[in-house]
Design a protein around this ligand. Sequence first.
Ligand code: 7RM
Length: 661
Amino acid sequence: MADGDGAARTTSVVEPLLVEQRRFPPSPEFREHAWVKDRTPWEEAERDFEAFWAKHAEAELTWFRKWDRVLEWNAPWAKWFIGGQLNASYNCVDRHAQSWRRTKAAIVWEGEPGDSRVLTYQDLHREVQKFANVLKSLGVQKGDRVSIYMGMVPELPIAMLACARIGAPHSVVFGGFSSDALRDRIQDAEAKVLITQDGAWRRGSIVPLKQLADKALTECPSVEKVVVVRRIGDAAEATMVEGRDYWWHELMATADPVCPAEPLDAEHPLYILYTSGTTGKPKGILHTTGGYLLGVTLTTKWVFDLKDDDYYWCTADIGWVTGHSYIVYGPLSNGATTVMYEGAPDWPEKDRYWDIVEKYRINILYTSPTFIRTAMKWGTEWPAKHDLSSLRLLGTVGEPINPEAWMWYHEHIGHGRCPIVDTWWQTETGMIMITPLPGVVTTKPGSATIPFPGVVADVVDEQGNSCPPNVGGYLVLKRPWPAMLRTFWGDPDRYVKTYWSRFPGIYFTGDGARRDEDGYFWITGRVDDVVNVAGHRLSNIEIESTLVAHPAVAEAAVIGRNDPIKGQAISAFVVLKAGYQPSEDLKHELREWVAEKISPIARPADVFFTADLPKTRSAKIMRRLLRDIAEGRVLGDTTTLTDPAVIAEIKKQYEEREAAE
Ligand code: 7RM
């Protein structure tokens, strides 16, 4: 877990420099038409939270068999809807394809080069069934894992839903990850099949996904078959291995279009998604079927106040949990129209998102604070060029949003008309946990406001006691919720240790927070060794290990420092091996090394060479001190350091660089 040095600074009275006074109550018109108009759901959940979830499980999902018991809770092991049977693919596709929604757009896809596709629920039903049969023909059986390494193309949700249909847990690996990262995740999941594509478009150039996959597969003996979507064509230079690799379109051409959804136990694994934790090894977060689907279905409906005629667009990549829950499962389970975009926000121009909003008349937009801050930097002229009057609700996720960015979003995108939902949650929680419901909760710029009905969150001190108002502490969750992770894939001990050991029986989020006098939560960010760059979670230790794997590097420390756009940026402090000299070339090489080994997201913004790293007498790297330097704070106590001169030297380098810029 955390080495403790980051944690220490959260349990103190936080005195906000500027107390946020602005309040945005829901407009009477919005409230009148909202799914939730008053406090009833919170009251119901308070009276009997199991009955609350059971009521909505009945109303929102279609079950093949009703459950016998709502919850079995042997902390930290949860089972929801025991004895119940359902299928996520059936809930997301079949039940809509068999209703008046059959001709409604399910997925509206915008390609980076400007090509587009619309799949109605009927189309999706056919494609999902066909691909489920393809998977079966490749030997995939219930319980087998399928890894997916793709960009944002419609075949990705089709593949996920096909896996769900036959009970084969999918493990989507973000298409921006390196072949090493892919290899580690395939190995951990012991996937039988990999689905990928020849290449993906990124700002007009090609990411050669198949070539990267081939490299990973040289060390993945579990993978028997590979399915390749043809997105690019010859330019991707994908080569096919006879007997192992198959083109998606060739298999689909002859696939049987009928494949009934398998009735699965509510606790049947739906997917594994890897996320960064406090140690180098990524953790396979396991989500199961019934509770997860209920959590994402109800939050999608209530938080976004989603209606049948809405065009809903979440700009995340499906490779992250936000895409799983709020591009694929939540919206489709609701029978919504979900928009997906393949490319970058500044391609071909800095108004691509606003162009898409205008083109499709988007009603609900869900994006990240990093994107909002970037758009602020680009200037108001870009959104001003477009008709954004279709928007009626805006959302954010992934990092704390600063009040200035919130206000900019409110004014320049929402034109003062749209409620903003700042949603706090994690890969682990599966569903949105702290959020306004837009028809009821008055918002304050920068606060994720209050827990979703049925969720109990608190801010506690080192001993686990609730902190008084405005005192910072650890954000914890005190009651099980249906979409919670069930374990780490293949590592139950670490699941217990990571989340449930600091405060026994209570879920430790890894975030710091305070709660104000109105009970509103203000999330301050991670208190453990996790960096959050543009809403993407990275582990300090994983990046350090990667740096140390470079022949020139003896030791490395990595911290996330404040960054005005990305929330945090990575600073690396590197001790070289004897015989290596610091140089600009070597800095560049190390930055590229990390980008290649992990992902361009992990590429350090700055690299500092130092003779030694600041360490405590118990040999722990004092990342807190490095952070203080990087963020220009006065250095605290350095007496526990083995060699205080080390830190003075690093500080000098930092200041020299600042002066040079
Ligand atoms: C959905 C997602 C989780 C971490 C979480 C926080 C941070 C997410 C907010 C936020 C402040 C928010 N999953 N985080 N949402 N911080 N306000 N609204 O991002 O597993 O990738 O990251 O992200 O630190 O622990 S995640």
